[in-house]
Design a protein around this ligand. Structure first.
Ligand SMILES: [Zn+2]
Length: 274
């Protein structure tokens, strides 16, 4: 299952009501895995019961929660309506570091909202992996850049995030939802090969670059020709991903890249694409 719900909660930094999210996919699993928690109450509320419509602070008055409105006075709210949900970022980082078997993880942010998940070694160069919740504004970018400025440089660098796609020089930015998913036991697990995401192209003994483009496209064409191909892009991509997954090396193409190659086979290459 996708961790889209976790990404949405990560974006809000602790001030959203749990009630808005309880029915979303994976919510219970995330709660059980300790990756999110319901605690305290939100600080703010939006009053849309009066003619003005305005933001208000939640207050606790004579044993009741509520907020003040100029027109309506004290408006009481049920506690359940304002219970907050927040992501347990430290737990998420440590779980990711375990999954990736990363070294030099840091148990607190490097700076601000930027966390170092850790480093992975390879004969082709090392990979550092960071988490920064949002890369959607210039402020997000400067905060991240400041945080990693003093970090040890490695050949590959991956920034995992929950929202935003602004590019960061010298790094690849990937959404967490592409990297992990919720497994059948409710814990998060790897959904893809982290090295492929980081941009490492493994060269085969023949010296030919071994990217996933060619095998995915070949298999997609074969399955179309033999009539085995499933109709939905996502379901077919899932099947192809499964067929190309190497259980021994734990490597395989990401669902995103399979979908992209499969769409190209079905629709022909997009304009302006090499
Ligand atoms: Zn009001």
């Amino acid at each position: 299952m996708s961790i889209e719900t976790l990404c949405q909660i990560l974006c809000h930094d602790g001030s959203i009501t749990a009630r808005r999210y309880r029915a979303k996919p994976g919510y219970k699993s995330l709660l059980k895995a300790g990756l999110i928690e319901e605690s305290g109450v939100v600080e703010g509320w939006y009053c849309d019961d009066c003619s003005q419509g305005h933001a208000a602070s939640i207050v606790h008055e004579q044993g009741r929660y509520g907020y003040f409105c100029l027109e309506l006075g004290f408006v009481p709210l049920e506690r359940d309506a304002i219970v907050a949900v927040k992501a347990c970022v430290a737990k998420l980082i440590s779980r990711l570091a375990d999954l990736l078997k990363a070294s030099t993880r840091k148990s607190e942010p490097v700076r601000g909202h930027t966390w170092r998940i850790g480093r992975l070694r390879s004969e082709h160069g090392d990979l550092s992996i960071y988490y920064h919740p949002a890369l959607a504004s210039a402020d997000d970018l400067s905060e991240l850049k400041l945080a990693i400025a003093d970090e040890v440089g490695t050949r590959f660098r991956l920034i995992l995030n929950a929202t935003g796609t602004l590019p960061v020089g010298g790094s690849r930015v990937v959404s967490l939802s592409e990297v992990v998913e919720i497994g059948s036991d409710g814990e998060i697990e790897m959904a893809t090969d982290i090295w492929a995401l980081a941009g490492l192209v493994v060269t085969s003994p023949t010296g030919r670059p071994n990217t996933y483009g060619a095998p995915v496209k070949d298999l997609a064409r074969q399955r179309i020709a033999s009539g085995e191909a499933l109709r939905g892009l996502k379901t077919e991509a899932n099947v192809i991903k499964g067929l190309l997954w190497n259980e021994e090396t734990k490597k395989g193409p990401s669902l995103t890249s399979v979908r992209r190659y499969l769409a190209e086979v079905r629709e022909g290459p997009k304009k302006g694409q090499n």
